[in-house]
Write a protein that binds this ligand. Structure first.
Ligand SMILES: [Zn+2]
Length: 113
């Protein structure tokens, strides 16, 4: 899922406001809460969600997908915002894809990344 700048700004503000943690478990719970993950202990149940959430906030990504919404099977669109990315010719994009989506700003990755 692509994170918006507003969402990233809100998470950054919550992290900067911080809170009080008296030990590692409380600090972990506080960080989870700030990034929008419902804290659940033991940590083993939430750390992968937390890591994925932080990665998405730091490096939002999207994928070029066939435009099924509009029935345009010869067009690739952004998986997150749906903007046009490229025309498909012989099963491949007709030109190099953007490194970043021009609309949502997510880094464009392919399935093999
Ligand atoms: Zn996009």
């Amino acid at each position: 899922m692509t994170q918006t700048s507003e969402e990233r700004n809100a998470v950054a503000a919550r992290l900067r406001d911080g809170g009080i943690a008296r030990n590692v478990k409380e600090a972990y719970t506080l960080i989870l809460s700030c990034v929008g993950i419902r804290p659940q202990l033991p940590a083993e149940t939430t750390y992968t969600d937390a890591m994925a959430r932080l990665a998405d906030l730091i490096d939002p990504t999207c994928k070029p997908v066939v435009d099924d919404v509009h029935g345009m099977d010869d067009e690739l669109v952004c998986s997150e915002c749906g903007c046009f990315l490229a025309i498909v010719v012989d099963g491949k994009p007709s030109e190099p894809l953007y490194r970043y989506c021009p609309v949502c700003g997510a880094r464009v990755v392919s399935d093999d990344e």
